[in-house]
Design a protein. Structure first.
Length: 185
């Protein structure tokens, strides 16, 4: 059987054999072998074929309608939320800083940020760099530089100065820490 036999056609009324409850379909318009020209189908088979397809299609239509209804409700809610958000954004009063920022030009913003930076830099300098400590190990540093100058390419000859310098720095650090700790224990 070729494609021309697979084409969907309208239903035709076929003679039904009432005695046996069988539908007999006879085809004479096609070139079929004699064995395939008449087909007998029982009522049970017809109900099973027609009933299951119709139920599935009806269920599908009901589910589709239900989904369309849910989608339309969700779209309506989304539109309402967007309208509410738009109304809220329009009615919102900008804060004073935002209003000032909006009214400032780029140059004014740059100047304002520069002033903030300068203020912060002076605060940091005041906290961390206000105290100038004398170099407690300057004489050892001089000894190291003289040793390196007199002994070029012979760094290991100045090794003993390095150990003395490390000890001097450690003592100076501990002294500074003790000075900065609160005295009232």
């Amino acid at each position: 059987m070729g494609i021309e036999h697979s084409v969907v056609r309208e239903r035709r009324t076929h003679p039904k054999n009432e005695e046996e409850g069988v539908l007999i379909i006879q085809r004479s318009d096609v070139d079929l072998p004699e064995a395939y020209r008449s087909v007998e189908l029982s009522d049970k088979v017809l109900k099973r074929i027609n009933g299951s397809n119709e139920e599935k299609f009806e269920d599908f239509i009901q589910r589709f309608d239900k989904l369309e209804e849910e989608n339309s409700k969700l779209l309506q809610k989304l539109k309402e939320k967007e309208e509410y958000k738009q109304k809220y954004d329009d009615s919102k009063i900008p804060s004073i800083n935002k209003e000032n920022e909006l009214s400032l030009s780029n140059e004014e913003r740059i100047d304002k940020n520069r002033k903030k930076f300068d203020e912060m830099a002076t605060r940091v300098e005041k906290i961390f760099f206000s105290k100038q400590y004398p170099n407690a190990c300057s004489d050892i540093e001089k000894s190291i530089t003289e040793c390196l100058a007199t002994n070029p390419q012979q760094v290991l000859l100045c090794q003993h100065f390095l150990d003395i310098y490390k000890d001097c720095i450690a003592q100076h650090k501990s002294k500074l820490i003790q000075d900065q700790l609160p005295q009232g224990k």
